[in-house]
Design a protein around this ligand. Structure first.
Ligand SMILES: *Cc1c(COP(=O)(O)O)cnc(C)c1O
Length: 360
């Protein structure tokens, strides 16, 4: 079978080493003679997996013990609720940016718990840029932003400086570049974009933030960060298989390093954006300075060619290029594990399509 080039936005491509390790562990986990999915999560063999995954997150992001790392369930979407539930009391106000579908959902959920001040939005131009130069009132309980807007293909390349605690949804660009993670008080990411399979969500919390800024309301145990931290992601049964794959992806990321990962991601994105800008058949949909390196959104200038182009992509073993159902058009997701060779194949197909069309 020819390898399919996987441009899916999520769940998405993972390093082959992680997938191979998963296949092996499903048969025989850690030499136990048992499958990973039929042993106790409290076995010493699985505890070693959670411990290593946690340690790798801190090592890769250069975080010290001021930070707690946990793996939760419920997706990034659950964090839209857990964050305000844990940190925003009634009568208090949190500052949010609204830069896309996921950011809008975060805003919507926070309103169940307290006041939301949308300090910046790009809704006026269909979320095609990242708002800049906005201010964050100093009495905001926290500031929430989305570093990469998966559906629209915009990415924040700088974060506002503020004394207000910063929270970031990094679901679709975590570990894709070298950023200063210590500027954030809370980072979260659903695993299935750039880190692992669906089923687990990475949450990184600055312990002092949790201790000093916690909401005064009563919080049921499963929705409270503290028991999950105190029990090392094992308050209840964690998503065993998903965390195992994350650990292997994290090993792979650590070996490459975030600087090199960033270089690779820059090269991949540049290759594709250059072709979009050169090719007379296609147009990029977002402001150039805010173009995401993870999710590349573009359209055919003649919309009627879309099905034909997608058909050609399929013939050439390119998969996952249809835009999100809410925006249409085309989207190529270039997550960490996608090799530049796959991007080159896409670029070649775009060139071929242009030649076919120009020659009628
Ligand atoms: C996919 C995505 C989400 C939603 O993730 P779930 O795990 O499905 O809840 C939230 N935020 C961003 C930026 C995403 O890309």
């Amino acid at each position: 079978m020819n390898k399919i080039h996987n441009f899916s936005a999520g769940p998405a491509i993972l390093p082959q080493s992680a997938i191979d390790a998963g296949i092996e562990a499903l048969k025989n986990f850690s030499g136990m003679g048992l499958s990973l999915i039929e042993v106790s999560h409290r076995s010493k063999e699985f505890e070693a997996v959670v411990d290593e995954a946690t340690k790798l997150v801190k090592e890769i992001l250069k975080l010290n013990d001021d930070y707690a790392v946990i793996f939760l369930q419920g997706g990034a979407s659950m964090q839209f609720d857990m964050i305000p539930f844990n940190f925003l009391d009634e009568g208090e106000t949190a500052a949010y940016t609204n830069t896309g579908v996921w950011a809008s959902r975060a805003v919507k959920e926070a309103k169940f718990f307290g006041n939301v001040n949308v300090v910046a939005t790009s809704e006026d131009k269909n979320f095609s840029y990242i708002p800049k130069g906005f201010s964050i009132p100093s009495d905001s309980k926290y500031f929430h932003c989305t570093s990469n807007n998966t559906i629209y293909g915009t990415e924040m390349f700088s974060f506002p400086e503020t004394s207000v605690p910063k929270i970031c949804d990094m679901s679709s660009d975590i570990f894709s570049r070298n950023i200063d993670a210590t500027q954030f008080d809370l980072i979260y990411a659903g695993a299935q974009k750039n880190m692992g399979p669906a089923g687990t969500t990475l949450v990184i919390i600055k312990k002092s933030f949790l201790e000093t800024k916690r909401a005064k309301r009563k919080i049921p145990t499963m929705l409270d960060y503290k028991p999950h931290i105190d029990n090392g992601s094992m308050y209840n049964t964690p998503s065993v298989f998903a965390i195992f794959i994350c650990m292997h992806t994290l090993r792979w990321i650590k070996e490459i390093g975030l600087d090199e990962m960033e270089n690779r991601n820059k090269a991949k994105a540049e290759l594709l954006y250059n072709e979009i800008d050169r090719n007379t058949m296609f147009t990029g949909t977002v402001a150039k300075e805010d173009r995401s390196r993870m999710n590349v959104n573009f359209v055919l200038n003649n919309k009627e060619f879309e099905d034909e182009f997608l058909k050609l992509c399929k013939q050439k073993n390119l998969s996952g290029l249809k835009g999100h159902r809410s925006v249409g058009g085309l989207r190529a997701s270039l997550y960490n594990a996608l090799p530049i060779e796959s991007v080159q194949v896409l670029v070649d197909v775009m060139k071929e399509f242009e030649i076919n069309k120009l020659n009628g």
